[in-house]
Design a protein around this ligand. Structure first.
Ligand code: HEC
Length: 143
């Protein structure tokens, strides 16, 4: 058997490799398209959630917090805060009782002066965020 790497061999590797990866790409695209509808929770996307999202943006919560991993690392992740604190009421009580200063080594969150309606919208938005199917991320409740 010859040791030389012929043009025909190079061509076969090129076509074979291309075909393999095109098929892999198509099958993964097909899989994504069939999985997507199962992860869709847009039915829960109410006007209240949208209002909460707007308040989230206007008040730059993401300047300190992460939401599903996106944002700043100054304060806790909030994608799962609804599960962590357990209810909308607990979230609202937390936000409206800030700041808690004077606890050594603990960072504090400012007071935003939200109305009851605004607090309801924000906690509704955070509840919505906790219901997004993230395939188990973050891996622990503190995350
Ligand atoms: C200046 C930084 C900063 C901003 C801006 C900020 N937070 Fe916070 N937030 C914190 C810190 C620090 C904590 C943790 C405080 C503690 O545990 O005592 C916190 C905690 C929280 C918690 C409780 C988290 C938990 O796991 O117990 C919630 C809910 C929350 N913030 C919501 C918000 C929302 C909603 C906004 C926007 C309206 C916001 N935060 C803006 C700094 C901030």
């Amino acid at each position: 058997m010859s040791q030389t790497f012929t043009k025909a061999m190079a061509r076969n590797i090129f076509y074979g490799g291309s075909l393999f990866f095109i098929l892999l790409f198509l099958s993964l695209s097909f899989d994504t398209q069939s999985e997507l509808p199962k992860h869709d929770n847009s039915a829960n996307l109410t006007a209240k959630v949208a209002q909460g999202k707007k308040l989230w943006e206007e008040n730059d919560c993401i300047g300190c917090h992460t939401l599903l991993g996106e944002g700043a690392y100054f304060a806790p992740e909030l994608g799962n805060v609804y599960k962590r604190l357990g209810s909308k009421e607990a979230i609202e009580a937390f936000i409206s009782s800030r700041p808690r200063e004077g606890i050594p080594g603990r960072r504090s969150m400012p007071q935003f002066g939200f109305t009851a309606e605004e607090l309801d919208a924000i906690s509704e938005f955070l509840k919505y965020a906790s219901e997004i199917d993230t395939a188990g991320w973050p891996p622990n409740i503190q995350g």
